[in-house]
Ligand binder design. Structure first.
Ligand code: NAP
Length: 240
């Protein structure tokens, strides 16, 4: 049976952990060649071992325009770009140091911007860019204002680029709460309590798994008539 992502080269920035790693596994299972990038060489090596197949890895700091530019020069032409890289920041707006809020933008918003700018030049004209935002862009959560604002900025950027980049499709995946290493810094008991309280509130009664989100990414890579869209994968969280 012919696999529709065979002979395609897909770049996942942030593919060494959580949702990005699940995307990488799903892309590899579809037969695509995979390019994974993130900062940590050891996380990349671990991911490569888990994924197997034809996986190339590159160390990259998405907050650095130079680093992103050099990365795409090395990668050459490709068919799909997925950007899941981010750093979290939580705390009261009035107490968080501005420098830390700026780092969130440097990483998530400007990182996505640089990746689209230098990636689009090497991307197949029928390829696609998939950005990540998050449900806090639409449904605010106290204590993550910088991240919520970066998510909103990414959604606006994506709609503009869907108009500007010709036949390259540009879409956004907006997850709700998904169980990933992004929450590993929380004490175990708090984390479980938080996950359970969110699960109880939302229509689908469970928090998301990285694989739930990866399915949406595969859809967006394959579907040739969706652009400028924001797809919510949140168990219905934004409605309650
Ligand atoms: N999990 C959730 O509940 C949730 C909810 C809403 C939205 N999202 C969004 O979904 C996306 C993925 O989140 P996740 O939970 O899967 O996160 P995660 O498990 O923490 O993974 C984040 C990835 O980003 C990479 N990264 C961080 N800073 C980087 C940098 N400067 N340059 C290159 N790579 C960098 C990390 O690798 P290195 O450490 O090796 O750099 C890691 O591979 C993010 O955009 C996040 O905002 C997640």
């Amino acid at each position: 049976m012919t696999n529709s992502l065979e002979n395609q080269k897909i770049v996942v920035i942030g593919g060494s952990s959580g949702i990005g790693l699940a995307v990488a596994k799903a892309v590899a299972a579809e037969g695509a060649k995979l390019i994974l990038a993130s900062r940590s060489e050891s996380k990349l090596e671990q991911a490569k071992t888990e994924i197997g197949g034809e996986t190339e890895t590159y160390q990259l700091n998405i907050s650095s325009e130079e680093s992103v530019k050099n990365f795409f020069e090395k990668v050459g032409t490709f068919n799909g770009l997925v950007i899941t890289a981010f750093i979290g920041l939580s705390g009261p707006f009035m107490e968080i140091e501005t420098v830390k809020a700026r780092q969130v933008f440097d990483n998530k918003f400007w990182g996505s911007y640089y990746a689209a700018k230098y990636g689009a030049a090497k991307l197949d004209k029928n390829g696609s860019i998939i950005f990540f935002s998050g449900s806090a862009a639409e449904k605010p959560i106290a204590g993550i204002s910088a991240l919520a604002a970066a998510n909103g900025a990414i959604e606006s950027l994506a709609r503009s680029l869907a108009l500007e980049l010709g036949t390259i499709r540009v879409n956004v995946v907006s997850p709700g709460l998904v169980e990933t290493p992004a929450y590993s810094g929380m004490p175990e008991e708090w984390r479980q309590g938080y996950f359970e309280s969110v699960a109880n509130e939302i229509p689908l009664k469970r928090i998301g798994q990285p694989e739930d989100v990866a399915e949406t990414v595969i859809y967006l890579i394959k579907n040739k008539y969706t652009t400028g869209s924001i797809i919510n994968v949140d168990g219905g969280n934004r409605m309650v």
